[in-house]
Design a protein around this ligand. Structure first.
Ligand code: GMT
Length: 374
């Protein structure tokens, strides 16, 4: 057994896969004996009960009439500094570069413990969208350079960071992961009958419905598939493009076939009854919900972009050119019309997740990295 550490973890607690990964990582590390202190403005969503060796420290966001925009990054730095000092934190691991790495750097300067190591995990839009917005580029680059260790969730993201940020820091890829003991196919006839009373095929999509996710593509692909296959579409999640999708469904006259389920906790149940998962995004540095679907033996059709290529390989799912609606729909029809192919792809997907992306494979990689940086 390696050394036991006291680790501070900061993430965005409510939205997105980066918060999910940070929380699951903290839970996985605590199970292995490490002491974990989450520091954020809200309890992370997946920290749904009291876990052994896990503590939560809420950052109070100061409101004062003078501050039209409350200085969250500074409140966070202050809280991090306090926790570093009084909880004897040895590693501060921040997820999503902006502003967390900067807050971590400030916390290191204000605490009396200069030997604390700051590790930043890059997740995606901190680099691809937010980070290279010209006004954010210098501060993101600085956040990377001042971190003692930097990891990225895919080789794609690592290489893009090297290319666009011209950083000298060595970045290590550590892939995202899922707990395959939790994310597994569970028979649920009641749910299946609820959504597909006549045995229709169930297609699903989970996201935050932001433009990058291309919900319009999801609806267009589904509408195409519907011409050949008796199917329903489950849209899980919520966000800015939901209304656009609702309008599309009305115009296509397919509202009875599309179920907008909003944000859901019971993802495993919903994936378990799904026959196909769609992720036709503009870009994904990894694509965590595709991984969760694969773990539940659901074949994925996704855009041939970013880190999805490292996750989905031939016969575990299918990558089709970005925005190629017809291509994705045709592949969907093929999979849904051939139960052997569907099962074969789902089983292969599960095997790939178990071998390369299971929590028991990835958490030790983080532990090893902490030890190297420590
Ligand atoms: O899309 C975002 O900006 C949110 C971010 C997140 O916090 O979920 O998503 C990124 O990180 C995820 C977890 O590592 C990845 O699975 C997503 O692919 C990545 N999003 C993009 O690259 C667009």
């Amino acid at each position: 057994m390696g050394i036991i550490l006291k680790i501070g973890i900061t993430c965005y607690p409510t939205y997105g896969g980066s918060g999910v990964i940070a929380t699951e990582l903290g839970k996985g590390l605590a199970k292995k004996g490490h002491e974990i202190h989450f520091i954020s403005y809200k309890m992370p969503l997946r920290l749904d009960r009291c876990y052994d060796r896990i503590y939560f420290h809420e950052v109070e966001v100061l409101s004062y009439p003078l501050f039209e925009y409350p200085p969250y990054a500074l409140s966070l730095a202050s809280k991090m500094g306090e926790i570093i000092e009084y909880q004897n934190i040895e590693i501060l691991h921040v997820h999503y570069c902006i502003p967390h790495s900067i807050s971590g750097y400030i916390a290191k300067q204000i605490s009396n413990k200069k030997d604390i190591k700051l590790i930043t995990t890059l997740h995606g839009t901190d680099i691809t969208l937010v980070g290279n917005e010209p006004s954010f580029l210098p501060v993101t680059k600085f956040g990377i350079e001042v971190s003692d260790g930097v990891t990225a969730v895919s080789d794609y993201l690592k290489n893009r960071t090297y290319k666009e940020f011209n950083v000298s820091k060595e970045i290590q890829t550590i892939y995202n992961f899922v707990d395959t003991k939790i994310f597994r196919k569970i028979e649920n006839d009641r749910l299946k009958k609820r959504f597909a009373p006549k045995g229709e095929k169930i297609i699903s999509h989970i996201s935050n419905f932001r433009p990058l996710k291309r919900i319009d593509n999801v609806v267009n692909i589904f509408n195409f598939i519907l011409k050949e296959v008796d199917a329903v579409l489950l849209l899980i999640g919520d966000g800015p493009d939901r209304v656009k999708a609702e309008v599309m469904c009305r115009e296509m006259n397919i509202c009875d076939r599309v179920k907008f389920l909003g944000k859901q906790d019971g993802i495993v149940d919903l994936l378990s009854v799904s026959d196909l998962f769609l992720m036709p995004s503009e870009l994904e540095s990894f694509g965590l919900s595709a991984l969760e679907a694969m773990s539940c033996e659901v074949p994925v059709i996704a855009s041939d972009v970013g880190g999805l290529k490292e996750l989905i390989v031939e016969n575990t799912g299918y990558l089709i050119g970005k925005n190629n609606i017809e291509g994705m729909a045709k592949k969907g029809i093929e999979i849904l019309s051939d139960e052997n192919l569907r099962e074969f792809s789902g089983e292969n997907a599960r095997k790939r997740v178990e071998e390369f992306f299971d929590i028991d494979v990835i958490v030790p990689q983080y532990e090893k990295y902490y030890e190297e940086v420590h």
